[in-house]
Design a protein around this ligand. Structure first.
Ligand code: COA
Length: 697
């Protein structure tokens, strides 16, 4: 008997206990073990079989690590059919997560009982797949098509009480899964409950599947799996038999298994988990955090304070005056109010946070007892230095001193203190209580313990934390500045901002770069350009002034109602601003540029190549530890379409030689901008991919 499934006969009941930590994924040994267990039960004289999971969960799903490798028998659909067709009564007792293949095993069982905290669902669409072992055929037969479609196409986790209401579970009861399972089996045997194969239920009534498919395609912005899932559920309604429906599901599943989208989404799944696993942090204990300080209560500081308060930690908010402190409190209250409306915070917790856990202060002395302080003041080196020398004077020894700077040199900031080992960058993204990304920026002197504390805080706040090194813009903004510059160059050379935005939303970005600038505020880019010009631009670097002209006229994007687009009051999407192209043309004339046309394909190739090239520099220089750190940064902070897995996964899937060839070709027209990254050249010459670098770490 396989160890992955432990077999024991208790009275009339054969108990199959899954023992495949950490999450009882349905790998080969588990699949074999279930089949062997059923065979043993059938020859052992058992009357019923109980299936449950040892440890933290029932089967959490198929073993994702096996996807993309040659499948090995028994396949999961065969295991499910074997369970359902067993002559014995088969019952599953669920706890933890019964997701994907796990739910399919449960649905193949004749009865299902679960403890109340169990989560069920079909997350396959988020991995670029659909249920592949009968889930799309069995679920609609017991929950109806609407509920099944919603669950399968959203991938959401459904809690046991809701699943009970939907008829997906038969019983919900608190207790140990083995114990509640056994007594449920006994009760079923006592009342001679029949076997109940879902496959024998009639086909469910259909809906307008073409419309549902169309809606999913639109919602997925190019992601296919949701729309394909609709077609699989359609087969449950329309196929001639259950077996024919299963065959259709299998066919669709295998089609998706071969797509780049599946590869990208599974890369994203593992990258998101790998990003916080850094060899240098192994065994390093973070410092304990009881109280956090925030300096500066503008949009960013208030967002950071809100995130910390929502995670249950008290905050001291330092501002320059009573008025500013109250304004900060109002911003925080408004953020938290949003959390109350979304059901993430109770009214009583809201009241308690504002009354007891948020302390307003206008004197640095109030920060003498905090364990970590995040500075979120104006983005100016002199101002930051003053803040840090004040913090150095008042904060207790061992307090972590963090800056939320987006691009300034944290080594320089640390050097103004007597304790640079305690100084770190914690770069949040706006709105900080919503956006998932946190760049943990490690300066030359930052201690490992302080870095571990940054990651621990990120985890506590529910963020995805990425380690970054010090450079202008760290990982994300540095790469953004490059691909944004590429977009500006294309506008100068003949494309329009609107054509570029459209090409990129067609690619899968939620917004194009010009719409993003309008949202963030054009003044941000303006300030950056002024700073860079003041520092002295390289004479070979291209520059443009049309965006400055918009700012000079007081147009900062959405917040002023006008930028690249014009926004009706209260609307968040706009129409092209008719003034923009004449500003662009004036710029072209001044620089003697004759506009040429760009195809959408060329726009995409240039934009993506500039992103990949800068990302390769960021990895090559050690600013990002691995390619996957760049991927996660762009996925969680910059709206990169998840189904491509991130820019470097996308590059691997495209093939690196073609991207390098483009860059070399374009360097003939602009050798300053299109300098190939040494790492990209090295990978191409060695016939390697970015993924090879992920695997070596
Ligand atoms: N196959 C292979 N490995 C899996 C896995 C799966 N289906 N699900 C989780 N793991 C691994 C994770 O990669 C992680 O490995 P690591 O410790 O080496 O990083 C470990 O199991 C724990 O997972 P994690 O997500 O950190 O634990 P959690 O308690 O936060 O969440 C789940 C548990 C099951 C809810 C979550 O892992 C999950 O959603 N898994 C995917 C389930 C899924 O999509 N199933 C359908 C597949 S068809």
């Amino acid at each position: 008997m396989s160890q992955a499934i432990e077999y024991e006969k208790i009275g009339d009941v054969a108990v199959l206990a899954a023992n495949n930590p950490p999450v009882n994924a349905l790998g080969l040994e588990i699949r074999k073990g279930i089949i062997n267990g059923l065979e043993s039960a059938e020859v052992d004289g058992a009357k019923a079989v109980l299936i449950y999971g040892k440890g933290r969960t029932y089967f959490s799903g198929a073993d994702i690590r096996e996807f993309g490798k040659p499948p090995v028998r028994p396949f999961l659909p065969d295991v499910c059919d074997r369970i359902e067709s067993s002559p014995l009564l088969v019952v599953s007792a669920l706890h933890g997560a019964a997701l994907g293949g796990g739910l399919e095993v449960a649905l193949s069982s004749h009865y299902r009982i679960a403890i109340p905290t169990t989560r069920i669902g079909f997350p396959e669409v988020n991995l670029g797949l659909i249920p592949g072992a009968g889930g799309s055929q069995r679920l609609p037969r017991i929950s109806g098509v609407s509920a099944a479609l919603e669950i399968i196409t959203s991938g959401r986790h459904v809690l046991a009480p809701e699943a009970l209401e939907l008829g997906i579970l038969d019983e919900v009861q608190d207790g140990d899964p083995c114990e509640i399972g056994l007594s449920y089996v006994q009760a079923l045997l006592q009342r001679s409950a029949p076997r109940r194969p879902i496959s024998e239920l009639p086909s469910p009534a259909g809906i307008d599947f073409d419309a549902a498919c169309e809606a999913m395609l639109k919602k997925g912005r190019g992601q296919l799996s949701g729309a394909v899932a609709v077609r699989a559920v359609q087969a449950a309604c329309e196929a001639d038999s259950f077996a024919a429906g299963l065959a259709r599901e299998r066919e669709l599943f295998l089609e998706l298994m071969g797509t780049d989208q599946r590869k990208g989404l599974i890369h994203a799944f593992f990258a998101e988990r790998a990003v916080a696993k850094l060899p240098e942090l192994k065994g390093v204990e973070p410092r304990i955090l009881h109280q956090v300080g925030v300096v500066g209560g503008g949009t960013m500081g208030a967002g950071i304070a809100s995130a910390v308060l929502l995670a249950g930690l008290p905050v001291v908010m330092l501002e320059m005056s009573h008025e500013a402190a109250y304004a900060a409190k109002n911003r925080i209250a408004s953020n938290l109010n949003g959390a109350v409306k979304r059901g993430k915070l109770s009214q009583s917790d809201f009241d308690e946070i504002l009354q007891d856990r948020l302390v307003l202060a206008i004197d640095y002395g109030a920060l003498s007892n905090v364990d970590l302080v995040v500075e979120a003041v104006f983005e100016d080196m002199e101002v930051k230095k003053q803040v840090f020398s004040s913090l150095d004077a008042v904060c207790k020894p061992g307090a972590v001193l963090a800056t939320n700077t987006s691009y300034l040199d944290i080594n320089e900031i640390g050097a103004t203190t007597s304790r640079p080992q305690d100084v770190i960058g914690l770069h949040f993204f706006s709105p900080a209580h919503v956006m998932k990304l946190l760049e943990v920026v490690v300066a030359d002197e930052t201690s490992l313990e302080v870095m571990a504390t940054g990651f621990a805080l990120g985890r506590r706040l529910g963020k995805v934390s990425v380690r970054a090194g010090v450079c202008d813009g760290f990982i994300g903004n540095r790469i953004l500045n490059t691909y944004r510059a590429c977009a500006d160059h294309m506008v100068l050379d003949g494309a329009t901002p609107y054509q570029i935005d459209k090409a990129l939303t067609d690619f899968g970005f939620a917004m194009g770069p010009f719409a993003v600038s309008d949202l963030a505020g054009l003044d941000i880019g303006w300030a950056m350009r002024k700073r860079k010009r003041a520092e002295g631009l390289n004479p070979q670097a291209r520059d443009s002034t049309y965006a400055d002209k918009l700012c000079e006229a007081g147009h900062f994007g959405q917040k002023t109602g006008r930028g690249y687009y014009v926004y009706e009051p209260g609307k968040r999407t706009g129409t092209p601003n008719p003034d923009v192209m004449s500003l662009v043309e004036a710029d072209r004339d001044a620089q003697g540029i004759v506009a040429r046309s760009f195809s959408d394909e060329e726009i995409l190739r240039r934009y993506m190549a500039s992103m990949v090239n800068e990302a390769a520099k960021v990895v090559g220089e050690g600013i990002a530890s691995r390619p996957l750190d760049v991927d996660v940064t762009l996925l969680f902070g910059y709206g990169f379409p998840r189904f491509f897995g991130g820019p470097l996964k996308w590059a691997d899937l495209q093939g690196l030689p073609g991207i390098l060839e483009d860059i070399r070709k374009w360097s003939n027209e602009d050798s300053f901008f299109w300098q190939p990254a040494p790492l990209l050249e090295q990978l191409v010459s060695e016939g390697k991919t970015f993924e090879d670098l992920n695997a070596h770490n």
